[in-house]
Design a protein around this ligand. Structure first.
Ligand code: SF4
Length: 405
């Protein structure tokens, strides 16, 4: 393919930019995959300026871009930094491009000063909390091993007091699978209405304890079925990502295409605090691999995005990821909903981007789709129930959260 054709094919493709303001994290979760979470470097505002000047001037910028500040803990960098960075991005932005900021945080450092920033810029906020204190504190701990539940709940209470909308991400480990009722009670007691589940994954050096459990897919499906049924019965939940996020993909017009950001070059641009640029799964930034130049396609301070697109690392990743997607399309009945999965999980679990089925697939894609289809089967001769599913599906399609795993 010629360079012109490549640029044309990918014009307007970049709708998510994940910026790692620092690799440092103030805690040390037992399942953390981040290799540099002790490093205290912080991205410079000038690097942010260069990044967005180049993005906005490139052919890749989409009309709406979500900027996710994520990984390590973004709130260890002061509010004043983000005020400067947001103002700089706003000054560089053209009228044709809208941006929305989003943070994924452990919540422990949230104060009213942070809430002022969140409200002023209508920032999307995701808080990582793994359910009630015993479940949360089993894994989300400080470097000295103390639980972090109380401080995270303090952050959530602050968001609620200040009227800042937020969702939570709960990492589902083996202890959660038998406890959907306990999770429901916890979310209701805590006033939490928007919930995302991430299954505990094997990524980088971390090997998931969940993946060793027997009958895992069936147990997770049972967990989701029970959770969904209880949640709907209470009427106290707005959004359960694993169900409501998939409904519009499961029930959609035949002609509408599945867009899997993680397999499209530069659909997600991932940038570390030194200006190094990667793409595809955000978790790849920081991993090592000799065949892909450690997944780095260039540095925003010295390279142009168009040249990064042509780099050897990008071409090698693109070739192998596309081969994996084609293999998925040929052999997987869930492809129309999944779009070929998460390259990082294929590489971590199977050792190759060209692989297909992983344990992550079974939990993140196959189990939730099966739960939805089973529910559809149960109500297939009830027009009111079908109408309710269709309504939930179209409402979910409007939901704004981009939840990074
Ligand atoms: S569920 Fe797994 S095997 Fe199926 S399309 Fe997705 S990544 Fe490929």
């Amino acid at each position: 393919m010629s360079n012109d054709a490549l640029v044309c094919e990918l014009n307007g493709v970049m709708d998510t930019v994940v910026v790692q303001p620092t690799p440092f994290c103030n805690i040390a979760c037992t399942y953390c995959y981040l290799p540099d979470r002790d490093a205290k470097s912080v991205i410079a505002v000038d690097t942010v300026k260069t990044l967005f000047r180049k993005i906005f001037a490139s052919p890749y910028a989409a009309p709406e871009i979500t900027i996710i500040w994520h990984a390590g803990e973004p709130l260890v960098v002061p509010v004043a930094f983000y005020r400067q960075a947001f103002e700089a991005i706003e000054a560089l932005r053209t009228e044709a491009i809208e941006v929305r900021h989003s943070f994924q945080t452990n919540g422990m450092l949230i104060t009213s000063e942070w809430c002022d920033l969140f409200k002023q810029y209508e920032v999307g906020v995701g808080v990582s909390i793994d359910g009630p204190k015993p479940l949360h504190d089993a894994h989300r701990v400080t470097r000295s091993g103390r639980g972090t539940f109380d401080k995270t709940m303090g952050g959530i209470r602050c968001l609620q007091r200040e009227g800042v909308p937020f969702h939570v991400i709960t990492v589902v480990g083996k202890d959660h699978l038998d406890n959907p009722d306990r999770l429901i009670d916890f979310y209701i007691e805590s006033g939490i209405e928007d919930v995302c589940f991430n299954v505990e994954e094997s990524e980088g050096a971390h090997v998931s304890s969940l993946f060793a459990a027997s009958d895992l897919q069936a147990r997770y499906a049972k967990f989701l079925t029970r959770f969904w049924s209880l949640a709907r019965g209470t009427g106290k939940f707005n959004f359960i990502r694993e169900i409501d996020g998939l409904l519009p993909l499961v029930f959609r017009p035949n002609e509408s295409l599945m867009r899997n950001q993680q397999v499209i070059p530069f659909a997600m641009l991932n940038v570390d605090c030194h200006g190094n640029v990667s793409s595809f799964s955000p978790e790849l930034l920081g991993y090592k691999h000799p065949a892909y130049n450690d997944f780095i396609v260039g540095n925003i301070l010295t390279d142009e995005l168009e040249d990064m697109m042509q780099s050897g690392a990008m071409q090698a990743m693109r070739r192998d990821i596309e081969a994996g997607v084609q293999a998925c399309q040929a052999e997987c009945g869930y492809f129309s909903v999944c779009g070929g999965g998460a390259p990082v999980n294929k590489l971590s679990e199977r050792g190759s981007f060209r692989a297909t089925r992983t344990s992550y697939c079974a939990l993140a894609q196959i189990a939730p789709v099966d739960v939805i289809l089973a529910a559809f089967d149960r109500v297939a001769d009830d027009p009111d129930a079908i109408a309710a599913l269709a309504k939930a599906s179209s409402a979910a399609a409007q939901w704004p959260v981009t939840a990074v795993t």
